[in-house]
Design a binder for this molecule. Structure first.
Ligand code: 5GP
Ligand code: MN
Length: 337
């Protein structure tokens, strides 16, 4: 079997279109969404490796840098946290794991109209690329799409490129547990393993690097979890002060909401985080047949059917009421009791 056979038929047209569009740009800025997770960084790193392979000038960009949990990843270049000191004047942008301008770092949103853009994402949406869009919600991760672009170009998925793709896959499938872990994901992962990628070592780096402060923060928050709507909804809030007092960052809450789904009978788990005064971010996880995406989009957010989120410009108490009403409204519509 040749590596291009690993690109499932449904993905071939998109992979080929993005490969051609990449061929036409140079001086490329590569970025994921603001507050990047493992898939945004994995996809951006993979796109950087591809650009390097193609002999393109590129720069990785993230206003907030890398989350600490991803510091182990071998990147194809430094991550620039400002466009003021960029090594060249970008002509093109490859935007990953995000297809809405408001989810990019604000500095980049302002700069974007100057750039020819290629947009690759697996969130539903129409795309914001001016040169090419590949918006493919069936994909488990944006890193999966970028991997297919590499395969289309004949670039071997090995070494740091394979690790970057694997980190994206591990992050967005919850370590190959979520229902997006389909045969295509497993085939691609098997190929990564064959080329030398050590999945369990990557998972060890990603999952077993907690500070004691993080553990203590989780303990505080866990003690606050409550059940709503006849025990079908688990809810928790975290105030900005909770993070400050425990010397933690937003990224220390990554994965917290998933645990609330473990409660017997719970269909939807919700975490509300006060990110600044008058602004809260929410994270939702739902059981397979409940639509967290519908709940989040009713509040201006988005995501996927079983994992979604958004931002509410409200004080925590009001945000809590609005969020619970949206969750219960959707569950009532689904006739979940
Ligand atoms: P998380 O709860 O882990 O932050 O996000 C869960 C899913 O929802 C991810 O796919 C993430 O990209 C998406 N998501 C989170 N916040 C927002 C948002 O404000 N807008 C949109 N469109 N998607 C979001
Ligand atoms: Mn993703």
């Amino acid at each position: 079997m040749s590596p291009t056979d690993l690109i499932p038929p449904l993905y071939r047209e998109g992979a080929s279109r993005i490969a051609s569009a990449l061929g036409e740009v140079n001086n490329i800025l590569v970025a994921g969404h603001a507050d990047p997770d493992g898939d945004a960084i994995g996809a951006a790193a993979a796109a950087g490796h591809i650009s390097r392979f193609l002999g393109k000038k590129f720069m990785l960009y993230s206003r907030t840098g890398l989350p600490r949990s991803l510091a182990f990843l071998s990147l194809p270049g430094v991550v620039y946290s400002s466009l003021e000191h960029s090594p060249f004047s970008p002509c093109g942008a490859v935007l990953l794991d995000c297809n809405e301008a408001h989810r990019l770092d604000q500095e980049l949103t302002h700069y974007l109209p100057k750039l020819v853009t290629i947009n690759v994402d697996h969130h539903p949406g129409k795309g914001m690329g001016t040169s090419a869009n590949w918006i493919f919600p069936q994909a488990a991760a944006t890193s999966q799409l970028v991997a297919y672009v590499a395969l289309h170009l004949g670039i071997p998925l090995s070494g740091a490129l394979a690790d970057a793709v694997a980190v994206g896959l591990i992050t967005d499938t919850g370590g190959f547990r979520h229902n997006n872990t389909d045969a295509d994901v497993l085939r691609l992962t098997a190929h990564l393993v064959e080329t030398g990628c050590n999945i369990s070592l990557l998972r060890d780096f990603l999952e077993n690097d907690w500070s004691l402060e993080r553990l203590r923060l989780w303990a505080t928050l866990m003690s606050r979890v409550r059940l709503e709507r006849d025990n079908t909804v688990a809810f928790c809030f975290a105030m900005a002060d909770d993070l400050r007092k425990n010397h933690c960052l937003k990224e220390d809450l990554e994965g917290f909401v998933e645990h609330l789904r473990r409660l017997r009978g719970v269909r939807v788990a919700a975490l509300l985080l006060e990110t600044s005064q008058g602004t809260c971010k929410f994270s939702l996880r739902s059981a397979e047949t409940s639509n967290a995406f519908a709940m989040a989009s009713a509040l201006g957010g988005g995501g996927h059917i079983n994992a979604a989120g958004g931002t509410l410009r409200l004080a925590p108490e009001q945000a809590e009421n609005v969020l619970l009403a949206a969750i219960c409204g959707q569950l009532d519509e689904e006739k979940i009791s």
